[in-house]
Design a binder for this molecule. Structure first.
Ligand SMILES: [Zn+2]
Length: 224
């Protein structure tokens, strides 16, 4: 990656970190020519394709809003709702697809919601899966009973432990997907440079008084 300060072509990665949710990779880089440091961020955008064919960026808050009705009156905290939104995003990212049909989102909600609250799950599933007869409910309730039993017997299948496995899956998918969508990554990279510009100039301001100067020089790579 080109140095945003002196435009030298070789910069060294000195530290790589991923954000807490694992969806963003931050790299601290140092220019091999001028020695200045800056941070880049990499992520790949998760795009939802709606039924009418249009697309929009995945929004965790929308997932939470969509589930909230099913959770009305249930003892579920805001933290648990946020965790649910995160679990859904992990599941979707773990598919390794950069574009997800909107119908997949409802499907991805089912499992984490089941782990959270059976009543909410039943309500949500009945709407999402268009339950029409009592048998539809019966079948899901039987499945829930079987699931509860397998859980209490301590041999929950791998399916029912999404929290841990989804995490590792998601980061693996993240890595492959950001490779597959290298052009997307670059787009995000350059926008990310905007937010990291502050970071970079703050850093260099410590050993260099020309922070303002740095900032104006940072604007060149952002435009790429
Ligand atoms: Zn440089």
């Amino acid at each position: 990656m080109q140095c945003p300060f002196c435009k030298y072509k070789n910069t060294k990665v000195i530290e790589t970190r991923s954000s807490e949710d694992g969806f963003l990779i931050k790299r601290r880089r140092m220019c091999e020519n001028c020695g200045k440091r800056f941070t880049t961020e990499e992520s790949f955008p998760l795009v939802v394709r709606k039924r009418d064919g249009t697309t929009e960026l995945f929004d965790r808050q929308k997932v939470i809003l969509g589930v909230r009705k099913s959770c009305q009156g249930r003892p579920i905290s805001n933290e648990q709702m946020s965790a649910l939104g995160l679990a859904v995003e992990r599941k979707l990212r773990a598919t390794g697809q950069a574009e997800i049909p909107s119908s997949e989102i409802g499907k991805a909600i089912l499992e984490p919601l089941r782990d959270l609250d059976f009543v909410s799950y039943l309500r949500f599933a009945s709407v999402y899966q268009d339950f029409e007869t009592l048998d539809d409910f019966k079948k899901v309730i039987e499945d829930l009973e079987a699931y509860q039993q397998s859980k209490s017997e301590g041999k929950a299948d791998t399916d029912s432990a999404p929290a841990q496995t989804a995490g590792t899956d998601a980061s693996a998918a993240d890595a492959s997907a950001s490779e597959a969508h290298a052009s997307d990554t670059r787009v995000t990279d350059s926008t990310a440079a905007d937010s990291t510009a502050a970071d970079a100039s703050a850093d260099t301001a410590a050993d260099d008084d020309s922070a303002e100067d740095n900032e104006s020089r940072m604007s060149a790579p952002t435009a790429q």
